[in-house]
Design a protein around this ligand. Structure first.
Ligand code: MG
Ligand code: MG
Length: 250
């Protein structure tokens, strides 16, 4: 495993990349409503990224065909945007997006409600977001990656939610996926966090069981029991004073 720590100069560029991603999410939050297609959301995200002189990181990544991953209800991650997927009242949609600016990547995901959603889905969204921020608390020098994972696991368990095991967070930099991999549960990871590490933390929690499977398109991950799943992600810089979230609006 080799972890590329970032200089102040590099972190500053990553902040700009992250800001563009945050801008996309601010627009997604407004645009998500009953009747819109996930293809329209994808086109809007593409336009915003390009207007800000960045490139959509996901487009073409291992052949991924779009700017955003748009994963509805039981879809966990990597859903293809489509003109055939029309959002309806009561859905939840996880939107994951990356932007590459001056060679550096920002990566962030958020799950949005479409209109009024069920109490269970509300609980899922609240707890998954809470898990993200509980994990983030430990993104400081001399803390341990294991504590990030443990904090996420504890929130998931306290809310009786399934934890997706096969996917997780990752280092971010010139590449979208760098070392280290971040499980969303304890694995006895010995890694001690150091200033300059930039890592995407991204719990994916389910209303039902942990188990997921990949659809025939080779990409879209769904829960095996077809119960809803949520995904919240920020790209975060480890500092001596605590987490610095790079994917929020400047
Ligand atoms: Mg992401
Ligand atoms: Mg990620």
């Amino acid at each position: 495993m080799s972890i590329h720590k970032k200089s102040k100069f590099e972190v500053n560029i990553m902040k700009q990349a992250g800001n563009i991603v945050a801008l996309v999410h601010a627009n997604m939050k407004e645009a998500v409503k009953e009747g819109i297609t996930t293809k329209e959301l994808d086109e809007l995200a593409y336009k915003i990224i390009k207007e800000n002189r960045a490139d959509p990181t996901f487009l073409g990544y291992h052949g991924f065909p779009a700017t955003i991953c748009a994963s509805v209800n039981e879809q966990v991650v990597h859903g293809f945007p489509s003109e055939n997927v029309v959002l309806k009242q009561g859905d939840i949609i996880s939107i994951d997006v990356g932007a590459t600016y001056k060679g550096f990547v920002g990566d962030s995901a958020w799950t949005y409600p479409v209109g009024e959603i069920s109490e269970d889905k509300k609980r899922l969204l609240k707890a998954t977001q809470e898990a993200l921020f509980a994990g983030l608390e430990h993104m400081k020098s001399n803390d341990r990656l294991e504590n990030v994972a443990g904090a996420i696991e504890d929130v998931a368990k306290a809310n009786n939610l399934g934890i997706v095991r096969q996917y997780g967070g990752h280092g971010v930099g010139r590449q979208m996926h760098e070392d280290p991999f971040v499980y969303n549960y304890r694995t006895n990871n010995p890694l001690v966090l150091e200033r300059g590490m930039v890592i995407a933390i991204e719990p994916m929690l389910n209303l039902g069981c942990d188990d997921v499977e990949v659809l025939d398109d080779g990409w879209c991950v769904v829960t095996k029991d077809k119960k809803a799943s949520a995904h919240f992600e920020h790209t975060v810089h480890v500092t001596d004073d605590g987490p610095e979230i790079l994917t929020k609006l400047l």
